[in-house]
Design a binder for this molecule. Sequence first.
Ligand SMILES: *[C@@H]1O[C@H](CO)[C@@H](O)[C@H](O)[C@H]1NC(C)=O
Length: 245
Amino acid sequence: MAFPRIALFAAFVASITNAQSANPGVGINPDAQGATDDTTPSTGPNGLAQHRHNNQRLEPPFLALENVTHISITDFYNNIGSACQQYDSYFQSASSTYNVDAVILAVIAMQESSCNADAGGPTPGLMQVSCENYPNGQCTDSIQDNVDAGTKYFKTQLDSADGNALVAFGSYNGWFTADSGLNNGKGLTDGYPCSAEGQSNGVPQNLDYLHQVLNGWFMGLDVYGDDSWIGTYQCDQSCSDGSKC
Ligand SMILES: *[C@@H]1O[C@H](CO)[C@@H](O)[C@H](O)[C@H]1NC(C)=O
C-alpha cells in the first residue's frame, strides 16, 4: 500500500511549506522583478531578494516608491502595526513636509524600533536615525524631530538613488551600491556585514532588511512575531555562530 504512505508524506511536507509562506492577498506587483503571490522566506509580492547573487555585488532592480505594493495605513494600524497608531500625527506631519506616504514612515518605524519612541542606541527613537539628521544636527527629545529626521534621511536617499525605493530602503539600514567606495567598490555583499571592514562600521547590516520591509510589514505580516520565517539570513547582529549579519 504505497499510495497512502506517499499521500501522508505529501500532506506532511505541505504543512511545513504552509508554515513558511503566506498569501497576503494583494497580488503580484507588476513592476517588481521576481514577484510571487505568496511571501516566502526569499521573495513575495514586491519581488526582489534577487539582487544579491552568490556574494556578488548589489544591483537592485528599479522600483519606484509609488509602485511599491502595500496595505493601507488603516489596515496596518488595525493589525500588526497597532503600536504605531499613537504616533500617526507625527507620521502625517512628516508625510506632508517630505511628500512620503505616511504608511511608509510607519513601516520604517516598525522595522526599526517596533514603534517604540523610547528605543535607545546610537541612532535613537522611533526611526532609529542618527543625530546628524536632526534639525541643527543634534538629537532632541521631540518625537516629531525624530520622525522628521528619519523621513528627511529616507527622502535624501531616495532622491540620490534617482527614485529607486529599493536602494533607499536599503540605505536606511546602511546598505550601499557599487559606486559607494565601500567594500572595494563592490556594493553590499553577503560577506560584508561581518567582514573586518563591515564590523569596523558598527552594527552589521541586516541582509533580510529589504525583504522584511517590502514583503513582510508592507503585506501586513508580523515579521518579528508569527512570520519571523521571512528572510533567509536570520541576522542576530552578533556575527557569531556563523551568522552573516
Ligand atoms: C509605476 O508603474 C507604472 C505601471 O507599470 C509605470 O508605467 C510607471 O512608469 C511606474 N512609475 C515609475 C515612477 O517608474
